[in-house]
Write a protein that binds this ligand. Structure first.
Ligand code: ATP
Length: 283
């Protein structure tokens, strides 16, 4: 019997880089929320003790480099499972886009294997395990809306944003998170008003949320890839309100309350950029 898991992408309502640590990582503070753009993961037990991955993607490896493979390997080792698993990933989340697709898949595999092998491990324990694979995996284990601290592994759940639509536009480039973090000059960074976003979520205040979304990494990515800035400008011009680059980019999103307006902006952006999505917030 196959187990199915939905692995939703995330967007950053905020991303603040606080400091560089002695171990080379950066301490961050990020408010993230899940969106209804998801990979589908199918897990099937193999009697032989091995991990197989199948997926159709030019950009994602189907071997031990895949984060879903790493998650299964870690899970099997930690809980001493001697059986194998076939993991099929039906990929819808764009790759290297700032939407946490690889982390979503790793988190989906951890939740799915927990069900496949009936282990009843808590989400807290899965998140702790997942954070050793990548900074966004802990958030993706829970999904919904949360603030992540530390290097991303410390998660605190938050109230969900007011219901709205999300228009996403991704230029035809991939951005490496490592490259962007490598360019950080801490003294020159912009810092978003995280407290104002937390208040907006508590108050379910859409316009306050939109006017405070912010990302420390935008300027760095804009400097390396000016087309990302142009997409942000086009999205603002088209009438979206909370417009921001997600993660280290290059995807830019806009939040819109009314469906008719969201559809208009979505159609407008399609004339400007190849990959455009219109989805709802899940968080
Ligand atoms: P990050 O901020 O972690 O870079 P991202 O959303 O910008 O996240 P991902 O789509 O997660 O980017 O992909 C980043 C890299 O991870 C790519 O080089 C990709 O080949 C690799 N990768 C490994 N496994 C996966 C997976 N299951 N799905 C997507 N990418 C994966």
């Amino acid at each position: 019997m196959a187990i199915l898991e939905k692995a939703p992408a995330k967007i950053n309502l905020s991303l603040d880089v606080l400091r560089k640590r002695d171990d080379g990582y950066h301490d961050v503070e990020m408010i993230m929320t899940s969106i209804d753009l998801a990979d589908r993961i199918e897990l099937e037990q193999l009697e032989e003790d091995r991990i197989e991955i199948s997926l159709e993607s030019r950009y994602v490896p189907n071997d031990e480099r895949n984060l879903a493979y790493k998650a299964a390997q870690l899970f099997k080792k930690k809980y001493g499972i001697k059986k194998g698993v076939h993991i099929h990933i039906d990929k819808s989340i764009p790759v290297s886009a700032g939407l946490g697709g690889g982390s979503a898949d790793a988190a989906g595999v951890l939740r799915g294997l927990n069900r496949l092998w009936s282990l009843e491990i808590s989400l807290d324990e899965l998140a702790e395990l997942g954070s050793t694979i990548g900074a966004d995996v802990a958030f993706c284990v829970y999904g919904n809306t949360a603030i992540a601290r530390g290097y991303g592994e410390k998660i605190e759940q938050l109230p969900s944003p007011p219901p709205c639509w999300v228009v996403l536009a991704k230029p035809d480039i991939g951005v490496s998170t490592r490259t962007i973090f490598g360019q950080i000059d801490i003294g020159k960074l912009f810092h978003p008003d995280t407290t104002a976003i937390l208040d907006a979520l508590k108050e379910k205040n859409f316009s306050k949320l939109c006017s405070n979304v912010g990302n420390s990494l935008e300027e760095i990515t804009f400097g390396l890839h000016p087309e990302v800035l142009r997409i942000k400008e086009a999205m603002v011009q088209a009438g979206a309100t909370g417009v921001l680059m997600s993660g280290s980019g290059p995807t830019v999103y806009g939040l819109v309350e009314q469906q008719s307006k969201a559809t208009r902006i979505f159609n407008g952006m399609r004339g400007f950029c190849e990959e455009v999505y219109l989805v709802r917030l899940l968080g």
